[in-house]
Write a protein that binds this ligand. Structure first.
Ligand SMILES: Nc1ncnc2c1ncn2[C@@H]1O[C@H](COP(=O)(O)OP(=O)(O)OP(=O)(O)O)[C@@H](O)[C@H]1O
Ligand SMILES: [Mg+2]
Length: 256
């Protein structure tokens, strides 16, 4: 039996009669980088919003480590170790890179006040923040004002602030969106690196990224699960190819 960290059972979301997510049964295996892909309007973001509790399902269940979290609040699942990046972990532009990671660490600890009382604890916090920056290759930018960071580096900082919250499952919503070639490469490598000892579920449009780092791929179409498997499997799937036909430049072909 596979070790499943996240599971949906018959997950469904309707908006005024329109079913955006339709009876989806997902299983994310622990330790995997799992991608959710599909043509525009397939229901990827809606699915993500259900998993992160931004939306309440119309029907179905969500299980995390075997516990039913269908009715849990966003803050509760964050405490359980499900952390979404790139949307809630917005960084503060007027703080330095190091200060931003420290804020993330304090948020995780929930003890901001007494932390500032002790010089020793402050040093400990700095050490942890610097270690996280080193993990995402930002050690050289510690004192840089966040607003002055290049775009791809900001995303790396967002990953560091997410890591500060010690996620067991990281949810990444189009992590390479809007990036140039070099940043895409850097962030892809970074995701691969921080996936060690964690599980990652990501929505991703860039098939090169999906092909490069994802262990398993679920394809959504019109709200329903169309196919599942490795990149090699789903990219050969006739229904998947048809689903992608006529969409923004036949994305699946663009991966080679
Ligand atoms: N709040 C809402 N009210 C009504 N319809 C919605 C709502 N949110 C999403 N939808 C519809 O649900 C469908 C799925 O949308 P969703 O944003 O989940 O797709 P997606 O796969 O993320 O697409 P994209 O690749 O374009 O980001 C779309 O037809 C969308 O118009
Ligand atoms: Mg979307």
């Amino acid at each position: 039996m596979a070790d499943v960290i996240l599971e949906t059972r018959n997950l469904t979301k309707s908006f005024k009669g329109f079913t955006a997510v339709n009876d989806v049964n997902l299983q994310v295996q622990r330790g995997h980088i799992h991608a959710l892909i599909g043509p525009n309007g397939a229901g990827k973001t809606t699915c993500f919003n259900l998993l992160t509790k931004f939306l309440v399902p119309s029907a179905g269940h969500i299980l995390f480590n075997g516990h039913d979290i269908t009715r849990a609040k966003p803050a509760q699942i964050a405490r359980m170790g499900i952390i979404r990046s790139f949307q809630i972990s917005a960084v503060f532009p007027h703080l330095t890179v190091l200060q931003n990671v420290r804020v993330g660490l304090q948020r995780e600890l929930g003890t901001s006040f007494h932390f500032w009382r002790s010089e020793r604890l402050l040093d400990e916090l700095n050490d942890r923040a610097l270690a996280l920056l080193a993990e995402v290759d930002l050690a050289g930018f510690a004192d840089t004002l966040t607003a002055d960071l290049p775009y791809g580096r900001k995303r790396a900082l967002e990953i560091a602030t997410t890591l500060a919250m010690e996620p067991e499952l990281m949810l990444l919503d189009e992590p390479t969106q809007g990036m140039g070639h070099e940043d895409v490469h850097r962030v892809t490598e970074l995701i691969k690196k921080v996936s060690a000892g964690r599980t990652i579920l990501m929505v991703e449009h860039n098939m090169g990224v999906v092909a490069g780092i994802c262990d398993r791929i679920s394809v959504l179409q019109r709200g329903a699960l169309l196919a599942e498997g490795t990149y090699a499997e789903v990219s050969k799937n006739q229904q998947v190819m048809e689903a992608y036909m006529g969409t923004a430049g036949g994305e699946l072909q663009g991966a080679h």
